[in-house]
Design a protein around this ligand. Structure first.
Ligand SMILES: [Zn+2]
Length: 120
């Protein structure tokens, strides 16, 4: 499952970082991710809650920001940002010129930006 492996990656990364900082508790984690990844935030949070049990990240809040994907139309060479409020923006994308021959320039990012911790 997509969300579970992402949650696992987040947990490993923040636990490592927290250890370096001498943190006793991780309170929240700020994450940026591209919409094209089609990650379900609720599922990601659920998975994270489950696997972070009995670690210092237990109960940490995931603060997720979605990044809008940018695409390039291969027909008219127009570059634009996909603006959408539904779940599957890229799959049904068509350029203004009517072409669906699009190259994704960005929107696959997955970054852990920062985290809030408690220290001794
Ligand atoms: Zn076009």
């Amino acid at each position: 499952m997509h969300e579970l492996s992402l949650a696992d990656g987040i947990l490993k990364t923040v636990l490592q970082a927290a250890e370096k900082e001498g943190a006793t508790k991780i309170k929240s984690i700020k994450i940026e991710m591209g919409e094209i990844l089609l990650v379900n935030a609720e599922q990601l949070t659920f998975c994270f809650d489950v696997i972070s049990k009995d670690t210092i990240a237990e109960g940490a809040e995931l603060d997720i920001t979605y990044l809008k994907p940018r695409v390039l139309c291969n027909k008219c060479r127009k570059e634009f940002e996909i603006v959408s409020d539904n779940d599957l923006p890229i799959l049904s994308m068509i350029c203004e010129c009517g072409s669906n021959d699009l190259t994704v320039l960005s929107g696959r990012e997955f970054n852990i930006k920062s985290m809030k911790i408690e220290e001794d």
